[in-house]
Structure formats: structure tokens, C-alpha cells
Write a protein of this length. Structure first.
Length: 339
């Protein structure tokens, strides 16, 4: 597998008008074949697991192995490995209700595919040298496993985490143990497009490990990726792209100057202490030090604003150049100072 990216953040909903200054990409051609792996997988003959999987492999020569070994985390399936066959048989039986829920949550995938293709047009416009995935594969995997991923040549979408925020699977006691409400509220079909684009951005510029990186550089690194998403998803509302509620984003805009002052007065920008950094760079219901109305992952918002400020002064910089620009340089040259 080329790489797998776990992604449980952000959400995409189209606004009613075109994004400002979005280039016309209607003439750019992209190819995207849609394959419904979950339909084929759940239809296999569970009394003949091995021959059924061999037939499935003919249709999904790369993804079947990715699914069984990477997503299901199973050893090779053989005629003699009875235990593995039993695991697959039990998974299909146990997850049949999940597949049925996915069928109801997404009765028609065509609109989603259309949005993905439109976003891929922007990818090709801004990153012409990037080798794009040519397939979109839907699947259903374990709840605690991978969601939307990028494989060797495909965008793969784990429908088990797109059933809708009120799905019983998430709101149950067991579901909330895995995914508390501040996460599961975002488990809707609207996530699919933005998650696909985030995975592509991370493939174009793999995320650098943040070992010993100060907080402000971590914020800027996340901000760079959000800025690129602005360009790839010009019709996506900011509140949904960043994964905040509308109320949380409004709070951030209203108190942006005070948030920044909080970081300055507490000398947090240059800290590289993991215990401190996690309070501002991790998913959470809110940022404890900033009150219940604040979102978690507040560093994401500030980093985004710093990068916007920098790009206002460096509009000729390409998105690829931005992704590879030193984070400290962006911070220092942005002269970010909100009111």
C-alpha cells in the first residue's frame, strides 16, 4: 500500500455560491471510477470464503489486500487458516446492520462523486504534476479501525463512519466510548469530500513529525493545509471545513485577538512541551483554558489565520511552494497581530 491516512476531522457542505476568486476548472478532465466494495464483500458466499475472495480479488486486485491486511488487520487468508475465515464470517454477520444503515444514509452516491471529481479538478489545476487517484472505493470496516484512506491508486471511503451524527451506532453507550459526541457529531456523509482532499494534501506534502517543534510551528503547519483546502474546496463553508460548529467559529472570530493575547501572555508560542501542546493541538469538546464556548484544537484556527496573513503578502507563491515553506519563516513574516 502506498500509504494510509486516518482521518476523523472536518466536514464539507456546499455553500450557495462559488468561492471568491476560484479559477474556472470546468475544462479540466479527471477520471474517477467508482467501485462499491462493501456491496461485493457482503455478498460473498460465507460457506466458501477462500474461493469467494479469489473472485473478489479479480475485481479489486490491490484493494482487497489493503482491506484484509491493513483495515481488517488479518493475516493471509488460506484454505487451512480456519480462524481467519471465521473472523471474516463473523464480521459480515455482525456488520450487516452497519451496511444497511450505510445504504439508508447514502442512498445515492452520485452527488458525492460529482463533488469529489470537481475537487480533483482543482487538485489538477494547482498541482499538475501530482498523480491523482483514479478510483473511489467505498467499504465498511471495523468501527475502531480506519476511516477514509488513500491507497496506491484510490480514494477509499469507510462508510461505517458516515452514517449521520444521530445514528444509533454512535449514540449508544458503546459507541460513545469509542467516539464521544464532539467527534461523532461530525460522522455524516458530508465528511467524505473534504476527507478525501485532506488525504490528498497529506500525500502531496506528507505530515512532518512534530518532535521538538514549538507550538506556533505546529499551528502554522496545520494552517498551511487548511489554506490549501480553501483552494481545493472553494465552495465549502469555513466552519465545516475546519470541523467546528458555526457557533464555535463565530466565537473564534469574535475573540481572535484575545485568543492570540492568551498565547502571548502565557508564553505558549515557543513551548515544545507535549503536555501543554496537546491542550491546543488535539481534538476536544473545547479548549479548557478558554472556556466552554471555545472549540478544541484551537491551534488549528490560529495557524490558519497566520497563513492567510502570510499569503496576503505573498500571493504569487504557489500552493506547492507554500506547503514546503518553513513554518517559522511563515510565522515571522506574516506579522500576525489580530485586533
Amino acid at each position: 500500500m502506498k500509504r494510509i491516512v486516518i482521518l476523523l476531522s472536518a466536514i464539507v457542505v456546499l455553500a450557495g455560491c462559488k468561492g471568491k476568486n476560484a479559477p474556472d476548472v470546468s475544462g479540466i478532465k479527471v477520471s474517477l471510477e467508482v467501485q462499491r466494495f462493501e456491496k461485493d464483500f457482503f455478498a460473498i458466499d460465507t460457506n466458501n470464503i477462500v474461493p469467494s475472495l479469489k473472485q473478489l480479488e479479480a475485481k479489486y486486485p490491490h484493494f482487497l489486500n489493503d482491506y484484509l491486511t491493513g483495515i481488517m488487520e488479518l493475516p493471509p487468508v488460506t484454505d487451512t487458516n480456519i480462524k481467519v475465515q471465521a473472523v471474516i464470517r463473523r464480521f459480515i454477520a455482525d456488520y450487516k446492520p452497519v451496511k444497511e444503515a450505510a445504504d439508508k444514509a447514502i442512498p445515492d452516491i452520485v452527488p458525492i462523486v460529482k463533488q469529489v471529481k470537481e475537487s480533483l479538478q482543482f487538485v489538477k489545476y494547482y498541482f499538475p504534476a501530482y498523480k491523482q487517484p483514479t478510483r473511489l472505493i467505498t467499504f465498511i470496516g471495523p468501527m475502531e479501525g480506519y476511516s477514509d484512506i488513500l491507497t496506491q491508486d484510490a480514494l477509499a471511503v469507510g462508510l461505517q463512519l458516515h452514517l449521520g451524527k444521530d445514528a444509533a451506532l454512535y449514540t449508544s453507550t458503546t459507541g460513545q466510548e469509542f467516539f464521544p459526541a464532539y467527534l461523532s457529531r461530525k460522522f455524516t456523509p458530508d465528511y467524505i469530500v473534504v476527507n478525501c482532499m485532506k488525504n490528498i494534501v497529506n500525500d502531496i506534502a506528507p505530515v512532518v513529525k512534530y518532535v521538538n517543534k514549538p507550538l506556533v510551528e505546529q499551528m502554522v503547519e496545520e494552517g498551511k493545509r487548511l489554506y490549501v483546502l480553501d483552494k481545493l474546496l472553494p465552495e465549502t463553508q469555513d466552519s465545516l471545513k475546519i470541523g467546528y460548529t458555526g457557533k464555535q467559529l463565530k466565537w473564534c472570530k469574535e475573540y481572535e485577538g484575545k485568543i492570540w493575547n492568551f498565547f502571548l501572555t502565557n508564553s505558549l508560542l515557543m513551548t515544545n512541551e507535549p503536555a501543554l501542546i496537546k491542550d491546543y493541538m488535539n481534538e476536544a469538546p473545547h479548549t479548557t483554558a478558554l472556556g466552554d464556548d471555545s472549540p478544541g484544537f484551537i491551534g488549528l484556527y490560529i495557524g490558519w489565520q497566520i497563513v492567510k496573513k502570510y499569503m496576503d503578502k505573498n500571493s504569487a507563491l504557489s500552493l506547492n511552494e507554500l506547503l514546503h515553506t518553513d513554518t517559522r519563516k511563515i510565522f515571522e513574516e506574516s506579522k500576525y497581530k489580530p485586533n
